[in-house]
Design a protein around this ligand. Structure first.
Ligand code: ADP
Length: 504
């Protein structure tokens, strides 16, 4: 799974086309938007010429950005060619005159809708048509750039099932077209739990020959599986942490694609995500009542006291635990709910911010009513409170059942809030557990929960609370976490090495 270092004779910088179904600040439903919003800028800082391609959803008109027309393309579809407007926004990168071009694919019928993938809890029925169209448009953008602007796409970086078909098109129906040949493809998997699965009868909507609807191609037990197609046809597959890259080869984490992924194991790499270190910076964070840094952490105590006031807790020095998450079973918060009575018997306070499964929300509500002076609950999405919890809590609890990368624990590290995480995926890779050896080396940054059980979580949290009393050891954990490099620059260097090794 290793990638060789940059070869001495190679094309550099590269022309990169990044294809994503969401990206900040344009459209967001999850972590993919953060990656697709940040990574192009970092790659541009390294000198690459990057175009980010997005569907022109309705929310782009509300993003505060403006777009100018670039060209009209004839996009082939099973119903015939569709005249399609490509528009452009330009984002400046740094002060050196670098920029990233953001191109959008306009199709009112497909994308001028309230949601990205669905509305009021239901997926759009025509998602296969919508994203097949988006991927066909991508191939036409590659051709246009080659023919009209002599801009040869060296590498196409695809994300999740929504853009996976691009790899299939390039390697199949694109093979007869010199202007789109020899484009390398990398598919990044942000969560293998979402695969773009559609009824087999809809396969013709892809516009691909029926010969590809086989177990060796896009068929998965009679259904069309777009992510599978991408995994089979991409030159390289990446995911967002080294541990998740290994986990998805097993039935527990592969969601049925473990066999397909095992076939590509020698072309599979885990690259950790970074975070936006400007937006998540305790030294400047405007949401915090006081700012602080690794060398002067006095402001963190002010943040803790303010958080205690906000939740009407007594202002004591007992440890304050924080949770911020979608309330879903993936995040393991049912395990937290199960041990609240025992946790409340320990000397601690707990604040939970989240929204999600109604049952879990109701459970937390009734628990909060039982322990109003020790447990705080905010059901809903609140960006400011998320920052205040990261700033004010002593411990961040993240017992996910699986976690491709995870962002919240990275914010916690940066905010000196010691993470207690399940030993899975990106959580295992980013939090160094407190062992004698790690402590002596000054590398420990948090705690791992080995098993997916309430008792394992309780036992690690009990230990965490005990270690909290050892102020010297605790401050070492905080300092090591705050000193970690969790920036996008680190991730971009890893993508850069991979891309360059593929384009020769
Ligand atoms: P995932 O993308 O699986 O939800 P991550 O840890 O990668 O998990 O990212 C979650 C992001 O969403 C973090 O930035 C976290 O602060 C934020 N978040 C989750 N729930 C809430 C909420 N209820 N209010 C505010 N921010 C939230």
């Amino acid at each position: 799974m290793s990638v060789s270092c940059r070869p001495s004779v190679t094309k550099y910088p590269l022309n990169l086309l990044m294809v994503s179904s969401e990206a900040v600040p344009y459209a967001k439903t999850g972590g993919l938007a953060d990656v697709a919003g940040a990574l192009p800028l970092e790659l541009a800082k390294l000198g690459h010429d990057v175009i980010l391609l997005l569907p022109r959803y309705r929310c782009l008109s509300e993003s505060g950005r403006s777009f100018r027309p670039v060209c009209r393309l004839q996009v082939p579809t099973p119903q015939g060619p569709v005249d399609t407007l490509i528009e452009e926004d330009v984002i400046s990168v740094g002060s050196g005159g670098r920029h990233v071009r953001v191109w959008t694919v306009r199709n009112e019928a497909f994308f001028d809708r309230p949601g990205l993938y669905g509305d009021r809890g239901a997926d759009y029925q025509d998602n296969l048509d919508r994203f097949a169209f988006f991927c066909r448009a991508t191939i036409e953008v590659i051709a246009y750039q080659h023919i009209v602007n002599h801009w040869k796409t060296h590498l196409l970086h695809l994300h999740d099932w929504q853009s996976a078909l691009c790899a299939v098109y390039l390697k199949t129906i694109g093979q007869g077209r010199p202007e789109v040949q020899d484009v390398r493809t990398v598919l990044t998997l942000h969560n293998v739990g979402y695969q773009g699965v559609f009824p087999g009868a809809q396969f013709e909507k892809t516009g691909l020959p029926q010969s590809l609807f086989t177990p060796a191609g896009l068929e998965y037990y009679g259904s069309v599986n777009l992510l599978k197609g991408g995994i089979v046809f991409a030159d390289y597959v990446t995911t967002v942490s080294p541990t998740y890259a290994r986990e998805i080869l097993t039935p527990e984490f592969g969601f049925g694609l473990e066999g397909v992924l095992r076939n590509r194991a020698d072309h599979l790499l885990g690259i950790l995500n970074g975070i936006d270190i400007d937006r998540w910076n305790p030294e400047t964070d405007p949401y915090l009542p006081a700012n602080y840094s690794v060398t002067d952490r006095s402001g963190k105590l002010v943040c803790k006291q303010a958080l205690q006031q906000e939740f009407h807790f007594p202002e004591t020095s007992i440890p304050l635990l924080g949770v911020i998450a979608r309330l879903t079973s993936q995040k393991g918060l049912d395990l937290v709910a199960a041990i609240i009575p025992q946790l409340m018997a320990l000397d601690l306070q707990l604040v939970i911010l989240g929204t999600g499964e109604p049952e879990l929300e109701a459970t937390f509500q009734s628990l909060q009513a039982r322990y109003p002076h020790r447990m705080g609950l905010h059901l809903g999405f609140d960006e400011g409170l998320a920052h205040r919890i990261e700033g004010g809590a002593d411990v961040f609890v993240m017992p996910s059942r699986y976690e491709p990368c995870g962002l919240s624990q990275l914010y916690s590290l940066r905010y000196g809030t010691v993470p207690v995480v399940r030993k899975t995926g990106g959580l295992a890779d980013t939090v160094v557990p407190l062992t004698v050896h790690a402590q002596q080396a000054g590398q420990a940054t948090g705690f791992h929960v080995e098993e997916d059980t309430a008792s394992a979580l309780l036992s690690v949290l009990s230990r965490t609370v005990a270690v909290y009393q050892d102020r010297l050891m605790w401050e070492q954990l905080v300092e090591a976490g705050m000193s970690m490099d969790v920036s996008w620059a680190r991730s971009a260097n890893a993508y850069d090495r991979l891309f360059v090794s593929l384009v020769r």
